[in-house]
Design a protein around this ligand. Structure first.
Ligand code: 13P
Ligand code: SF4
Length: 319
């Protein structure tokens, strides 16, 4: 406890000394979420992390999250130093969509508008026409469909399927998945609903279709927070990474939140939904990279202008 408090003090001091600001995702440890907010940084979904990092005057951003979030920040602000507690913090969607194969997929469908999820490498973004996150994907695909465009979608197949069902857009799909959300189970969720019949079900759209079908609200991490605040209910079952519980509970003290069941259920682990890469972020890592400047994100300068194009389009669309 004393060591934790001392590390937080060290981070507060270093942030000032280095003209740095913290940008944290909702899935990282509560300490990193709270400290970011307390020191003038942000805790948010991936879309607002990108916007905040681009717009903030600080010369150094400490991004607590996964690698694509740091890379997006670097693409948007190549002149800034982007530090991450652990450069090995990746994402199964990014890993499952290598640029060579993705390029061949795009080449095979030259008539389609390429829409990629934020959870991808800089090189994949540089092949895309549009970037989306789960908080704006529906609106962007709906708008593209309205213009008569056919879509090539990558890499999350569950999110892509959900968007296709909702919009009726013509989409060819990459076959990727999030290892965390893919584990939510509909049968067990139905049982939990029976135990808590008044609970509303909140689901992140990276979850399988039969889990999404049981949702009262489907949304990105910020969408889930909004639904929990606005819905007229006291109890909620939440199908997303359990890092989300911290903000849900602190912002809604009178409400109860239960984790949706995963295949990993056992007597000791009621839900095992936590991203192993998000879990690599910690206070010690933040302090260390601020102190030493280690773990600075690098993106090939040759691809930055092209990778920036779909991100800028997304940020302008959602402004
Ligand atoms: P959000 O854009 O909803 O924050 O999601 C990012 C993510 O990695 C979800 O698994
Ligand atoms: Fe990627 Fe899933 Fe982890 Fe989000 S929770 S960073 S989508 S592996």
């Amino acid at each position: 406890q004393a060591e934790r408090a001392a590390t937080k003090d060290r981070i507060r001091r270093l942030l000032k000394e280095k003209n740095a600001v913290m940008v944290s995702h909702y899935y990282v440890h509560p300490d990193l979420q709270d400290l970011a907010e307390e020191t003038g940084g942000i805790v948010s979904d991936s879309l607002e992390m990108a916007r905040f990092g681009r717009d903030h005057a600080a010369q150094t951003l400490v991004v607590s999250g996964v690698r694509f979030m740091g890379e997006t920040a670097k693409i948007l602000s190549p002149e800034k130093t982007i530090l991450m507690p652990d450069l090995d913090a990746t994402c199964s969607l990014d890993l499952g969509c290598p640029i060579e194969e993705f390029s061949a997929f795009c080449d095979a469908h030259p008539d389609r508008t390429v829409v990629v999820y934020a959870n991808t490498s800089a090189a994949v973004k540089a092949r895309a026409d549009w970037l989306v996150t789960s908080s704006c994907a529906l609106d962007i695909v709906r708008a593209l469909k309205g213009q008569g465009q056919k879509i090539l979608w990558a890499p999350d197949r569950h999110l892509g399927d959900y968007i296709r069902r909702e919009t009726g857009a013509d989409m060819v799909m990459w076959n990727g998945a999030c290892i965390v959300h893919d584990e939510f189970k509909a049968f067990e969720l139905e049982s939990l609903k029976k135990e808590h019949p008044l609970a509303k079900v909140l689901v992140h759209p990276e979850s399988p279709p039969d889990v999404i079908a049981l949702a009262d609200a489907v949304g990105s991490t910020s969408g889930i927070l909004k639904a929990a605040r606005e819905m007229d209910a006291r109890e909620f079952i939440v199908a997303t990474d359990n890092g989300m519980m911290h903000k849900l509970r602190t912002l809604n003290p009178g409400k109860l939140f239960y984790e949706a069941p995963t295949a990993g259920n056992s007597a000791t682990c009621k839900s095992c939904a936590h991203c192993p890469w998000m879990a690599m972020n910690g206070l010690a890592g933040v302090a260390q990279v601020l102190e030493t400047g280690a773990n600075a994100i690098q993106v090939d300068p040759a691809i930055i202008p092209r990778a920036r194009l779909p991100i800028d389009r997304m940020l302008a669309f959602t402004a």
